[in-house]
Design a protein around this ligand. Structure first.
Ligand code: FUB
Length: 445
């Protein structure tokens, strides 16, 4: 199903839940995730529909600017709004919709935001600009000119433990790296080709360090397969690197821009797909856990809908982003609900499992459910860990005015569950009915 979001003007601060895709109120792509002072941030680009009359020009990407997101609570992303619009780029060509993948990095107590844009002097397809801020969410003071000596897309930054910073960038058969001066606004030596990468089109440079090894990851196109995510390792940030294989196979997501971050002891791969639009140039950011083997190699990541995060008291639990489903389906929500999915077509005995819900210290008293139903045919219950596990909530199915009429219902939480559990929702139908209730989300109070 194809769904196009129409986004009016600048997004105000918004909260969005953290299952995949992470953001549903605007299109987001090319996510660079960073942990600053223990908090997780994402710096994505943004897709939009082409302005009237310019559709032919922007059949590929139409990208007007950047928003910043941070993870609040256990599983809720906060949209900090538009941090840079294309027409605010001091050196940029107006209305060029070329604000491709950005990055943000901390050095000392300052945050540096790097972004590509089309220069008004026509000197290159893309140049890379930088802004500086005292806060990870801006506002940033944008440099008047682009970084001299650098042209290309997809800036990826690395600050080594000794404080030296490196800018990786480019898209094509070769990718490049240049060391930065202490001011983070100029390169201190000419860019060099990154040595040791396999042949083929590459873009989406991202580098990180783990156990004294530098990992360089990149979107990599194989003629037979299309876009994958590859990685290479080195003992030096400037290489030469050794190609180690794929982090993600082709997942038909058009491009495979990504980033890797360690957050609360778990490694996470951020990437994008087109869950909402049905069109691979209108993307939505996603995240899934990633793991290393003992030899430092990376286990391939298989994309999930469940994604990352541990919803807790006050977060919506989007059960339609399930780990397992049996006898029911999911579909886009119907009616006047915010964009998302629902569990539907559940019959007697259908179930859906959603892993990792944090019930806190046992103080949770109520559970809410967002539902729509055209009849009264039974109930659904929430159990812990497996289908025979402790029952902690039970809801009667009631007529809400129709299958598109959404309402929030509430019931008691019993047995004082504590800590993190998987939950199973089990549907019961009194008379063999195959359509019981449309369930959008659960919430613990
Ligand atoms: O989003 C526009 C471009 O597509 C990015 O800069 C590339 O990495 C690819 O994702």
């Amino acid at each position: 199903m194809k769904r196009i979001l129409f986004i009016a003007g600048i997004a105000l601060t918004q909260l969005v839940s953290a299952q995949n895709p992470l953001v549903t109120h605007i299109y987001t792509a090319d996510p660079t995730a960073r942990v600053f002072d223990g908090k997780l941030y994402v710096y994505p680009s943004g897709d939009t529909i082409a302005p009237k009359g310019r559709e032919k020009e922007f059949q590929r990407f139409c990208m007007p600017g950047y928003n910043i997101f941070s993870l609040e609570n256990g599983a809720t992303w906060k949209d900090h709004g538009r941090v840079l619009d294309q027409n605010e780029v001091p050196w940029g060509k107006k209305d060029s919709y070329g604000m491709w993948a950005p990055d943000c990095i901390k050095k000392g107590d300052k945050y540096y935001y790097y972004y590509p844009a089309e220069p008004k002097d026509g000197s290159a397809f893309r140049r890379i600009g930088v802004g500086v801020s005292n806060s990870p969410t801006g506002p940033f003071k944008w440099e008047k000119n682009y970084i001299k000596g650098v042209s290309g897309i997809d800036p990826g930054l690395l600050v080594d433990d000794n404080g030296k910073a490196y800018l990786y960038f480019g898209g094509g058969q070769e990718l490049y790296v240049a060391p930065l001066k202490d001011n983070m606004k100029e390169i201190s030596a000419e860019p060099i080709k990154i040595q040791g990468l396999p042949a083929g089109y590459k873009e989406g440079s991202f580098a990180f360090k783990r156990d004294s090894i530098f990992y360089f990851t990149f979107a990599h196109v194989f003629p037979e397969e299309g876009y994958t995510i590859g990685y290479a390792t080195s003992k030096s940030p400037m290489g030469p690197f050794e190609y180690r294989g794929k982090i993600m196979d082709n997942i038909s997501n058009g491009t495979n821009h990504h980033s890797v971050v360690e957050y609360k002891g778990q490694w996470i791969l951020f990437y994008h797909w087109w869950d909402i639009s049905g069109f691979n140039k209108m993307r939505s950011i996603r995240a899934d856990y990633m793991a290393f083997k003992d030899d430092g190699s990376i286990k391939k990541v298989v994309p999930t809908m469940r994604g990352i995060g541990t919803p807790t008291i006050g977060d919506t639990i989007q059960v339609d982003r399930y780990n397992e489903i049996d006898g029911a389906k999911t579909a886009f929500v119907s009616g006047n609900e915010p964009i998302g999915w629902m569990v539907c077509d559940a019959k007697n005995g259908s179930s859906v499992r959603f892993n990792r819900v944090d019930f806190g210290n046992g103080s949770a008293k109520k559970m809410q459910a967002r539902v729509a139903s055209g009849q009264r045919v039974g109930s659904y219950e929430v159990r812990l860990d497996n289908a025979k596990g402790k029952k902690v909530a039970e809801f009667a199915i009631d007529y809400t005015g129709g299958w598109n009429n959404w309402t929030t219902v509430e019931t008691d939480i019993t047995d004082k569950p504590e800590g993190v559990h998987d939950i199973i929702v089990i549907f019961k139908s009194d008379n063999g009915c195959e359509k019981t209730v449309n369930l959008n989300w659960l919430l613990i109070k």
